[in-house]
Each structure stands twice: as structure tokens, then as C-alpha cells.
Design a protein around this ligand. Structure first.
Ligand SMILES: Cc1cc2nc3c(=O)[nH]c(=O)nc-3n(C[C@H](O)[C@H](O)[C@H](O)COP(=O)(O)O)c2cc1C
Length: 325
């Protein structure tokens, strides 16, 4: 039994998203409507295992007790690095480890990592086995195949035979990137594969799921699904995990934006002196403006004003000026 077995059915996971789902934004999502499981952004095993990289990857792995169960997502190609990193993560209070076998980025695929592992099943197996040595529950996040959809017929059984605790499937191939609709029509066959090969493995569906309500419709059609992972839906509605389909008011979004700024200061600005690994480019904060500043007259103008800010206090002043006009 692992924590995956003690989750509600269906459970909800905030998708790992690089430069998005760091500790700051995870706290924001938790305040809005909390998912059942959090994951870190993907973190490179080779960097972690090199002394310099270990420093730079620490910021990605930053988490706290309020986020449990939180899973560290890791990627790479060398099974020894996975074993070393898994042992390190086991002492850092993570609930589990997720292996990225789905990233489509060229630089990642070029070295055979991420979705590149779909074409190297032997290495993928060695990586899973190496990661398991640390004793934490191991899950995998992947795609249907590399070039062709029907690769899932051999690729998913390969993973299921490794007895992973959870298998998250982004229902597209690497070639499809995010350009076509997710292949929901394959859900029944995927569940049948799981039931036949590894009934204890949880199946988490990912791809185009916008919110709790849409997920529950899918769940009613396919009650064998264990969980749903939502990524970009969080940009559309930061309350997307809310069970009552909450559409936040403008003042609630503004309050959440201010909370986001406070969390940013807490983790990215106040500690840098002691915790330089947590420092990030200020521009990364700008990805989020569209979540909060939208759907009212002048929203685009206000966003333009915010894009020129270089500190969180400037952002706060701009918001105060705008909303007291
Ligand atoms: C900005 C961004 C960063 C991402 N970073 C990661 C990552 O670090 N690890 C990962 O497994 N997937 C990553 N993904 C993919 C998402 O986790 C998810 O699989 C994908 O967005 C499809 O789900 P969605 O339709 O709910 O967004 C990223 C996606 C986006 C948009």
C-alpha cells in the first residue's frame, strides 16, 4: 500500500509544469481549491547528481509539509543517477517519485530522455527499477507513443509490467504535441490493459481536462479511471479543482493575485540572501497576470502596465491605483 491507495476516487493532481508549478504557485492553487496530489516541476537527475547542479535543482524541489502528498518529478537517461537521486529524495520528505517519460521538448528528446524513452523501453525499465530502490512509490507520466497512437499497445504494457504505483497518461503522442484533441476514445482499452496486466496500478488521465466538472463527466463514463491530472486548465480558472465548479469573482481573483505576490516575496525575494537557489527571473511572475487580470474593461491595458513592473511592490501599487480609480 502506498499513499496512492489512500486517495479519493477519482483523485485530482496538479500537473507538473516547468516554471509554473513551483512552491509559490502551488501555494496559490492550494488556497483557491486544493488538488489531492501535488508534483514538483521536472528536475534533472544528472544535474542533481553533479555538485553544482545539486545546488541549482534544490529550488525546484523546495516544498513544505502543507503540500503533502507531494511527488518529486524527475527526468534523465542514466539509471544510476535515478537511483542516487531517489535515495536523496527519500530523505527529503517526498511522498513519491514520478518519472517523466512524456516531455516532447527537442533538447530533452535528443538525449533520449522524456518522451525519448518511449523509443528505448529497455532503458525505461532500468530507470524504473533503479528509482524503486529507494523505497518510495514510483509513478510514471507518459504519452501514448512517440510517433503513432497505436504504440500504446506495446508501450503501456511495458510500463504496467513494472508494477508502477500510478501511471499518468497524457492521451497524445509526442508527434501530436498538444495540437490534436486528447484521445479519450482510447480510455476503455487502456483501462482494460491495466486490469489485465497490473490491476493495482492507478490510471490517471491527462490532456485537455479543464476542471473538476469535466473530469467527473469522464469519470461517470469510465468509472475505472482512478485520477485526473489538470495542467493548463489552471490558467483558465485557478479554482478548477473546486468541486462546486466555482467561477471566481473579480475581487476573489484580485485577492488571489495579492496572495500570489506575497508568496513570491516569501520564497523568492526575502530568502535569497540565505537561499540563493530559490531566486528566479522576475519575468517568470509575468506568466500569471492573465489568470487574474482578465474579462473586464481595460484588463489588457492594466496587464500592459503590469508587464513593465520590476518589483512586486510596483505591481501592488499599480493594482491599488487601478482599482481605486
Ligand atoms: C508550461 C508547461 C510546462 C510543462 N512542464 C512539464 C513538466 O515539467 N513535467 C511534465 O511531466 N509535463 C510538463 N508539462 C505538460 C503538462 O504536465 C501536461 O501533461 C500537459 O499540459 C497536458 O495537460 P493539460 O491539457 O491539462 O494542460 C508542461 C506543460 C506546460 C504547458
Amino acid at each position: 500500500m502506498t499513499f496512492w491507495d489512500n486517495l479519493p476516487k477519482p483523485f485530482f493532481v496538479l500537473a507538473p509544469m516547468e516554471d509554473v508549478t513551483d512552491i509559490v504557485f502551488r501555494h496559490v492553487v492550494a488556497r483557491a481549491a486544493r488538488p489531492d496530489v501535488f508534483m514538483t516541476e521536472f528536475t534533472n537527475t544528472a544535474s542533481y547528481c553533479s555538485e553544482k547542479g545539486n545546488f541549482s535543482t534544490r529550488g525546484r524541489l523546495e516544498h513544505d509539509a502543507s503540500e503533502q502528498p507531494i511527488v518529486a518529478q524527475i527526468w534523465g537517461t542514466n539509471p544510476d543517477n535515478f537511483a542516487t537521486m531517489a535515495a536523496g529524495l527519500a530523505s527529503q520528505d517526498f511522498a513519491g517519485i514520478d518519472i517523466n517519460m512524456g516531455c516532447p521538448a527537442k533538447d530533452v528528446v535528443k538525449i533520449g530522455a522524456g518522451s525519448g524513452l518511449i523509443r528505448q523501453p529497455d532503458t525505461a525499465i532500468k530507470i524504473i527499477q533503479a528509482t524503486k530502490q529507494a523505497g518510495l512509490p514510483v509513478s510514471v507520466k507518459t504519452r501514448l507513443g512517440f510517433s503513432r497512437v497505436n504504440e500504446y499497445l506495446t508501450w503501456l504494457p511495458t510500463l504496467l509490467q513494472q508494477d508502477v504505483a500510478n501511471l499518468t497518461i497524457h492521451l497524445r503522442t509526442r508527434r501530436e504535441m498538444s495540437k490534436v484533441n486528447a484521445h479519450y476514445e482510447l480510455i476503455p482499452e487502456i483501462l482494460a490493459l491495466r486490469d489485465r496486466i497490473s490491476p493495482q496500478t492507478k490510471i490517471t488521465i491527462n490532456g485537455d481536462v479543464q476542471d473538476y466538472t469535466q473530469a467527473m463527466k469522464l469519470f461517470n463514463e469510465h468509472p475505472g479511471i482512478d485520477g485526473f491530472m489538470i495542467g493548463r486548465g489552471i490558467f483558465r480558472n485557478p479554482y478548477c479543482f473546486d468541486h462546486c465548479n466555482k467561477t471566481p469573482s473579480q475581487s476573489e481573483l484580485l485577492e488571489l493575485f495579492r496572495y500570489h505576490l506575497d508568496q513570491y516575496d516569501k520564497y523568492r525575494q526575502i530568502m535569497p540572501n540565505e537561499r540563493p537557489e530559490l531566486v528566479r527571473n522576475f519575468d517568470s511572475l509575468k506568466h500569471f497576470f492573465k489568470i487574474y487580470i482578465k474579462d473586464f474593461p481595460g484588463a489588457a491595458d492594466l496587464r500592459t502596465e503590469l508587464y513593465s513592473c520590476t518589483t512586486t511592490n510596483q505591481i501592488r501599487d499599480a493594482l491599488n491605483n487601478w482599482f481605486t480609480k
